[in-house]
Every structure is written in C-alpha cells, then in structure tokens.
Design a protein around this ligand. Structure first.
Ligand code: NAD
Ligand code: UFG
Length: 335
C-alpha cells in the first residue's frame, strides 16, 4: 500500500516526502518537473536513505495517472501538484484553471476508478481573500480575489462534493499560510526560478547578492509598523501536518478543513530584522508603494488543527530564517 504524492519534487512536497519516508510510509511520486528539478529526488533519498518510485508525468495526462495507479497499490493521495504564481494566474487564467482544476479532476477520476478514496489537498489561505478580521478561522467566508485562489476554491468544492456523494471518500483540505524555511540538512528547500514574488526568497536573494535591494511594499498599512503582516510557518512543521491529516482521514470519512499556520503575526520589517540577526547579514531595503492586491494582515487561528490533529507549528522565526539561508548557502556553494 503506497501514498501517491503529486508534486512530490516541489518545495512542500519534497519536505513531506522526507517526513513520510522517515515514518516508514511507502511513497510514490508523480511530478512533471515543471517547477522542480530531478536532483530534489536524489536529495530526498540522501536525507532518508530510502528509495521510492518516481514517475515523470503530468496530472493533466490521464494515461500518466492511470499508469501510476495500475503499477502501484495506491490507497491515499497527497495532492501538491499545481501552479502557484498569483500574478501569472491573472495574466494566464486558462493555464491555471487547466492545470489546477482540470488536473485535479483527472486525478480524482482515476482515484475513483481504482477505489482509492483518501486525499489530502494543498489549499491556501488565499481562499479567504481579504479577511474581515484576524486571526482567520476555518468558518470565515471564502472570497478569493485572484485566479490562483479561485482554482484552490474550486478544487476544494469539487472534493467536498465528491465526499458528500460518496460516503467512503475522505478529504482533508489544508489551507497553508506562509511556508518558509528548509530542511536542516540544507539539501532541499525553496528554489524559485527568476525573480521571486515572495518575501523570504527575495530576502535570501539579497543576502546572496543576487539582488541589490529588497523592496518593502508599503509602510502605510494599519499594522504595528505599517508593513504587511503574515503568518510564516516552517516548511518542516507544515510537512508534519500532512502526516497528521492523513492519520485523521484514515479514521474518518467526509471533509475536514484546517488552517495551517503558527497563529503568530510577523511584519515585513520584523522578518527582515530576524533574518539579519539570526544570520548576521545586513539586508538592504527600500520602502516603495503597496503591491496591488496585497492585504494588510493575515494570520491563522491554528486552534482547530491543534484540537483535531494534535498539530502545531512550533519552529521559531529564527529557525525559519537560519534554515532558509542554510539551504541557499549550500546552493551557492554548489555553483
Ligand atoms: P512547487 O511549485 O514547489 O511544487 C509543485 C510541484 O508540482 C512542482 O514540483 C511541479 O513541477 C509540480 N507540478 C505542477 N503542475 C503539475 C502537473 N500538471 N503534473 C505534475 N506535476 C505538476 O510549489 P509548493 O510551494 O511546493 O506548493 C505545493 C502546493 O501547495 C501547490 O498546490 C501550491 O499551490 C500550494 N500552496 C503553496 C503555498 C506556498 O507558499 N508555497 C501556499 C499555499 C498553498
Ligand atoms: N513583500 C515585500 N516585498 C517583496 C515581497 C513581499 O514587501 O519583495 C511583502 C508583501 O507586501 C506582504 C509580505 O511581504 O506584506 C508577504 O508577501 P508574500 O508574497 O511572501 O506572501 P503573501 O501572503 O502576499 O502571499 C502568499 C503566497 C500566495 C498565497 C498567499 C496566501 O504568495 O500565493 O500567501 O496563502 F495566495
């Protein structure tokens, strides 16, 4: 019996594979490597000392998905495969609806054909849009404001409907806040192509002198220092939540929804300071105008995940900063 990890070579998928393998689970990865590199797979094997099957294939290609299910005894799926750039999703909506929504439909169709009825899905806090208040809990209204977020919202509803219609189905919808950090080995981490959109990879880019200066997008928000406030969580804590969610849906059918964050709020300036202090590196920054579409503050109520999964994200912001930089330094050393 194996767990299919779609997008298992990606940032969050690779860390989750490590945790699964270290717990003794059997893992099969399906990834088209559109946003990851095959060397990640070697590094997962290096960290864990374990081998597993990897399919270079696309969830949009039903034949690829069928092949995985016919050659393995898959009884659970953790579904990470997806595109995640908000800006690109607004410029090219069909690409996002196709990959994220149609791809997920194909995946669950094949699951159904093979009697596989347990899925953990990577959703996002972006499904809440601009929340009316913070911390954000799971029953807050959903109002995604960008195409990427709408693809997450749609897949959530598709899976929920499926679990309503088929009482044997169990679904966990995990709404991630802001994952950062990397595995302590420095062998896997976040490695965006080109100019990063997100704050931590950009800070790392400045630290490694790839970029001269970080632009802080606005210091006139109604927050404690005027800059945007988010809920950053360590990717290894996030990976661990997937194991807890699996345990949950192994025991109960229906749909379960969890916000995954620390419940702690951190501003842009606070994250810069924490990075500087924990790594002893100066980060040059300049304050510019707000980034269109950004919200002032967003952090999770992690209460439900704590109560129902027994999960909490406990790694500190300093660990997140140290581990992000440790991974980047190793990459620089390799070049
Ligand atoms: P990532 O891009 O690093 O990983 C996604 C993986 O899926 C990549 O390896 C990519 O090659 C693969 N993939 C994409 N489309 C595919 C397809 N059609 N067929 C097969 N493989 C495909 O992203 P990540 O940060 O690891 O995110 C994983 C999931 O979590 C995504 O669904 C993302 O939307 C969601 N998520 C991420 C964040 C975040 O900040 N990183 C926040 C919320 C939600
Ligand atoms: N920021 C900067 N400069 C940068 C990048 C970001 O000041 O170069 C600021 C933003 O304005 C924001 C904060 O840093 O205040 C965090 O920005 P990120 O882009 O890192 O994260 P967001 O919360 O804006 O967005 C992330 C993902 C989205 C996802 C959303 C909710 O990028 O895909 O979380 O889950 F939809």
């Amino acid at each position: 019996m194996a767990i299919l990890v779609t997008g298992g070579a990606g940032y969050i998928g690779s860390h989750t594979c490590v945790e699964l393998l270290e717990r003794g689970e059997e893992v099969v990865v399906l990834d088209n490597f559109s946003n990851s590199k095959p060397e990640v797979i070697e590094n997962i094997m290096k960290i864990t000392g374990k081998q597993f099957k990897v399919y270079n294939g696309d969830i949009l290609n039903k034949e690829d998905v069928l092949k995985v299910f016919s050659e393995n005894d898959i009884n659970e799926v953790i579904h990470f495969a997806g595109l995640k750039a908000v800006g690109e999703s607004m410029e090219n909506p069909l690409k996002y609806y196709q990959n994220n929504v149609v791809g997920s439909l194909i995946l669950v169709e094949v699951m159904q054909q093979h009697g596989c009825n347990k899925i953990v899905f990577s959703s996002s806090a972006t499904v809440y849009g601009a929340p009316e208040k913070v911390p954000v809990s799971e029953e807050f209204p959903l109002d995604p404001e960008n195409v990427y977020g709408r693809t997450k919202y749609m897949v959530e509803r598709i899976l929920e409907d499926l679990a309503m219609a088929d009482k044997n189905f169990s679904v966990a919808l995990l709404r991630y806040f802001n994952p950062v950090g990397a595995h302590k080995s420095g062998l896997i981490g976040e490695d965006p192509e080109g100019t990063p959109n997100n704050l931590m990879p950009y800070i790392v880019g400045v630290a490694s002198e790839k970029f001269e200066c970080l632009r802080v997008f606005g210091d006139d928000y109604e927050t404690r220092d005027g800059t945007g406030v988010r809920d950053y969580l360590h990717v290894v804590d996030l990976a661990d939540a997937h194991l807890k969610a699996l345990d949950k849906i192994r025991g109960e059918n229906g749909t379960k929804i969890y916000n995954l964050g620390t419940g702690k709020s951190v501003s842009v300036l606070e994250l810069i300071k924490a990075f500087e202090k924990s790594n002893n590196i100066k980060i040059n920054y300049v304050v510019t105008s707000r980034r269109p579409g950004d919200i002032a503050e967003c952090w999770a109520s992690p209460k439900k995940a704590k109560e129902e999964l027994g999960w909490s994200a406990d790694k500190t912001v300093d660990e997140m900063c140290r581990d992000s930089w440790n991974y980047a330094k190793r990459k620089i050393g390799d070049k």
